[in-house]
Design a binder for this molecule. Sequence first.
Ligand code: NAD
Ligand code: TDX
Length: 336
Amino acid sequence: MNVLVTGGCGFIGSNLVKYLRRERPDWKIINLDKLTYAGNLETLADLEGDPKHVFVRGDIANRELVEHLIVQHGIDAVMHLAAESHVDRSILGPEVFINTNVLGTQQLLEACRARGVKRFLMVSTDEVYGSLGPTGAFTETSPLQPSSPYSASKTSSDLIALAYHHTFKMDVVVTRCSNNYGRYQFPEKLIPLMVVNALHDKPLPVYGDGANVRDWLHVEDHCQGLLVALEKGRAGEVYNIGGGSERRNIEIVKGILGLLKKPESLIQYVADRPGHDRRYAIDPTKIRTELGYQPKHTFEQGLADTVTWYMENRAWWERVTSGAYRQYFDTQYKAR
Ligand code: NAD
Ligand code: TDX
């Protein structure tokens, strides 16, 4: 199998590339990534010289480039993760979210259609469903009610991908997962931001009353779900992927402080995020019963492991927060 992974230098993408190299060592992975602020090639430094991992710097919206890659490498399947992914940034500047997530995805789909790619896995999000009340969980048939420019852009790309199945008979599978956590997450998202701030004894900004709920999924469990959906998912179907770990934000922040033995006085309640979704929870029955997906990590252990990873890999996130990680591409690739 030759697989094109888009966004393979981001948080989930880099974990997925490593996961696929371990779990499917015969596969060749073509990693197409634009290296925006969120793309860090250094994360994949251990794959330097690996003939089964080919990195290409480029934009998913560059149809000519994508078609060229599909033909050159005989791409069988695409796992599409490239996106602008941070809700707060989408509130500050929605335009790039529409360009990449909506228009970029459509260009990518068009290139795949033109070149007969056999399977397209669209990595979407539970944010397409909007916000839940205190009870219940999202199923694949829940109404789509996105709240932020980010989630509206993801809903658009999710539906465009499904439209390519219905209209053009492309083999498309959509996954919608909950909040991921784990190693290599950019320290703008809740868990790594709080860990990094706490390690610096800086305030931990908790939005609103801190009682918003997210359903946490270990990134390795997500990778398992993506692989099973790619290999066994039915064309035209949507599969929710969840970790079964609903937690209030404040519980997580206190948990991190406890693991780091830092005082709760670092917590600072700040103005709420505009349009902040109250609660997400995923019903993963479909992927479990139909495809045999079963998450392996418990949240408490996964969080402890993640905090330990950030403590032991200070150089990784210090280079991310200082911007030094961006030089890696220049020295390793551009110079050749
Ligand atoms: P991320 O922001 O860490 O990484 C995104 C990657 O995409 C980066 O490497 C970036 O350089 C690349 N990219 C951005 N624009 C590009 C473009 N135009 N062309 C090529 N590459 C481009 O994101 P993430 O957290 O790893 O999320 C990956 C995917 O999973 C996204 O589609 C996101 O919507 C989805 N998702 C994430 C979560 C989560 O909790 N992180 C949850 C649900 C769904
Ligand atoms: O500083 C903060 N303080 C805070 O209270 C940050 C960054 C977040 N929060 C809250 C907002 C959310 O309720 O923590 C929760 C999680 O926030 P994020 O880490 O920004 O994630 P979220 O907005 O839930 O979106 C994530 O999950 C769904 C990913 O970023 C998306 O890409 C994915 O689709």
